[in-house]
Ligand binder design. Structure first.
Ligand code: AGP
Length: 687
């Protein structure tokens, strides 16, 4: 989805070349999120002049466009604010015109880049048009710049933060945005990286709250009416309501602002090469960077939430977001899994003493044990990982389990109660559907748990407690290592919940032992890489469709494999519950239809074999994922992918890896862009 990157230097002299390169590099670090056009705005040659560059396609094309435009790259700026953006089209097709940044007017008095959706943009647009504004694009974003300009023209001496608050008050939807010189955020979040030559005085920034919201009561009610009727625009808030403290972190001993650089991004991976010092904005924070100081303002009055934002040191290393020796991020991430699952278990699973400790859940574990229901809510791959662990949760905890697709859960406005525990599983922690479902559950008083990869993401911040899966940055749009780490993290969650159950003692020990061996078993499976590559070329080249069959705990594995194959190789692939085959799908089966069947041994093996026989009887020649040397598949003509055996409830972890490799080699075989599949984005931050 859209990515935002901003760079501000204050009292640190930089030439235009450096500024533009920094912005372009920042954008290329965000490329993995998925986008269809890119743009930036930097200062022009004269005072108050802005130069904007916009291009459809990749960041490399924007780089070319800038080179062709030949701006004076030697021009130097002691202080400067540049903003840039990768766009994933929601309102209006990918054209130069619709590219961000968008402007308030021909002079670019206000420039804006934005991630998310403004749901009331039509009303705002109609209103601003009635005030004489002429819109140039089909985007929802443009109304932000024009609204800022309209308010500013009415009150030219208004402070920037007051103006920003007034603008944000009028916007509805989920958004993070950069207004030139200012940075307000309301989901998805923005991260601010800070680089100073001297040590910062303190490692936090104070938050300034509005006393009664940003607006006096009379104006607030006036505005509510405006939102309904769109009849006239608000007057800006009374600036006497704004307290302005100094940002202690950025002052030298004598109280003078010190040279500083700020990197503003949708994602820490674009920041890590410049600085490790970062600050995560929370929902509704407005960051205002002015004269080398960062101030954080809130639209709301202090509701008891923290009045500081900590400047943290991120542990992310640059090489973690580089491809290294691999051709694609997805390939790297598939091959990282023997280590990433160890990282998920590190310090949590003690295989010697058979103990699981999940620090992030410790305070809540007994409450969760008493809950009426555990509801897992997620999308896509994360939803599949929830399905994959449903059985082990039911078995170990004996708590009723529901697994929900976030969008469907919201569409149904499903009942949620105070004694429910709702678990939100998300790699990015920013998926709009999951995030909205989280808010829905919070409003209903349920206990919420996050199972998230990205530290500091919205879901990890908004849930009461949770587990970081620690899989490391996942850049490939197709989720691979996050799936296996989510799976392991949730199995550990189930193990923690059942710690007090004597009847489950033996089973728990068996699972923990199994977890201890998984990493080595992953390594064994990854040795099948070449044979799987050959198999793809031999059996699936130029096919139109593929069936993936699994039963019980292996149905989610089939669903996940089918999703991987569809999303990066564009081959239609359908996951079918083997038991359902005879109820319709069998009609598709003949000697030509490619089929993969998951037939590792578990308590449903005999039933799964029925489906196998049904396929064979119709001339089908399925490729079988089975355990090594299974006599059932000893016939020389049976095509097999042999995976080691583990505890039944963990078998899906192993079985999914050949399917990840199948999807990868299918896409490579078709010459497709594995890491950036068409139409898709890494973090789906729109509904
Ligand atoms: C996975 O390969 C997909 N790209 C997609 O289904 C993804 O899992 C889904 O959008 C949910 O994302 P999340 O885990 O970041 O919430």
């Amino acid at each position: 989805m859209c990515g935002i990157f901003g760079y501000i230097n204050y009292l640190v002299e930089r030439d235009r070349q450096f500024i533009i390169d920094t912005l372009l590099n920042g954008l290329s670090r965000l490329e993995y999120r998925g986008y269809d056009s890119a743009g930036m705005a930097v200062d022009g040659d004269k005072k108050n002049e802005v130069q904007a560059f916009k291009e459809v396609g990749k960041v490399a094309k924007l780089r070319e466009l800038i080179a062709e435009s030949k701006p004076d790259m030697t021009k130097s700026f002691e202080s400067h604010a540049g903003i840039s953006h990768t766009r994933w089209a929601t309102h209006g097709t990918p054209t130069r015109q619709n590219c961000h940044p968008h402007r308030s007017d021909a002079t670019w008095e206000f420039a804006v880049v934005h991630n998310g959706i403004i749901t009331n943009y039509k009303e705002l647009k109609a209103l601003l048009e009635s005030k004489g504004f002429r819109f140039e694009t089909e985007t929802d974003t443009e109304c932000i710049a024009k609204l800022a300009k309209y308010l500013y023209d009415q009150h030219p001496d208004i402070e920037f933060t007051v103006l920003a608050k007034a603008v944000i008050k009028e916007l509805e939807g989920a958004f993070g945005l950069l207004l030139k010189l200012s940075l307000p955020a309301r989901v998805p979040p923005l991260v601010i990286g800070v680089r100073t030559s001297k040590k910062m005085k303190v490692d936090f920034v104070d938050v300034e709250f509005s006393e009664e919201g940003a607006l006096p009561a009379e104006q607030a009610s006036q505005n509510a009416a405006i939102k309904k009727s769109s009849a006239s625009l608000l007057a800006p808030p009374d600036k006497s309501l704004l307290h302005r403290s100094q940002s202690r972190a950025f002052l030298s001993d004598d109280g003078i602002p010190q040279p500083a650089e700020f990197f503003l991004s949708s994602d820490p991976s674009a920041i890590v090469e410049h600085t490790k010092k970062v600050l995560y904005l929370e929902d509704d924070d407005i960051a205002h960077i002015h004269e080398g100081q960062l101030n954080i303002h809130r639209l709301t009055k202090n509701d008891g939430t923290s009045n500081v934002r900590t400047i943290q040191t991120i542990e992310l290393e640059l090489q973690e977001i580089m491809k290294g020796k691999f051709d694609h991020f997805m390939q790297k991430e598939i091959f990282e899994q023997p280590e990433s699952i160890v990282n998920t278990m590190r310090g949590r699973l003690d295989t010697v003493n058979k103990k699981v400790t999940l620090g992030g859940l410790r305070q809540y574990i007994s409450t969760i044990r008493r809950c009426r229901r555990l509801i897992f809510i997620a999308c896509g791959t994360s939803y599949h990982s929830c399905m994959a662990v449903r059985g082990v949760f039911e078995e170990l905890t004996e708590i009723p389990i529901a697994v929900e697709l976030a969008s469907d859960f919201l569409d149904r406005q499903a009942p949620v109660f105070r004694d429910d525990t709702c678990v939100f599983v998300s790699q990015s922690g920013e998926t709009a559907d999951s995030l909205m479902a989280l808010r829905y559950c919070l409003e209903r008083g349920a206990l919420t748990v996050g199972v998230v990869n990205v530290v500091g993401s919205s879901i990890s911040l908004l849930t009461h407690c949770g587990v970081h899966i620690n899989a490391g940055p996942e850049i490939g749009v197709a989720s691979t290592k996050a799936y296996t780490s989510q799976f392991v993290a949730m199995v550990m969650f189930a193990l923690s919940l059942s710690e007090d159950r004597a009847s489950k003692h033996q089973r728990r020990e068996e699972i923990m032992e199994g977890l201890g061996k998984i990493s080595e078993q992953f390594r064994e499976i990854l040795k099948l890489n070449d044979s799987i590559k050959d198999m793809c070329a031999k059996f699936f080249k130029d096919q139109k469709s593929l069936l993936l069959l699994g039963r019980g705990a292996q149905f989610p594995t089939a669903l996940e494999g089918a999703l991987k194959i569809k999303e990066i190789s564009y081959l239609h692939c359908e996951a079918v519950m083997s038991g359902e085959l005879k109820h319709g799908v069998l009609a598709l089966v003949d000697e030509n239809l490619p089929i993969i069947m998951i037939l590792t041994r578990d308590n449903l093996f005999t039933k799964s074999l029925n489906a196998y026989q049904q396929v064979i009887a119709r001339g089908g020649r399925p490729i079988v994922i089975c355990n090594p040397d299974d006599p059932e598949f000893s016939a020389a003509q049976t095509e097999k992918i042999a995976v080691p055996k583990t505890v039944d409830c963990l078998q899906g972890l192993l079985n999914v890896i050949p399917l990840q490799l199948v999807s990868y080699w299918l896409a490579v075989g078709e010459g497709l862009n594995v890491d950036f599949p068409r139409n898709l984005a890494k973090s789906v931050t729109v509904e």
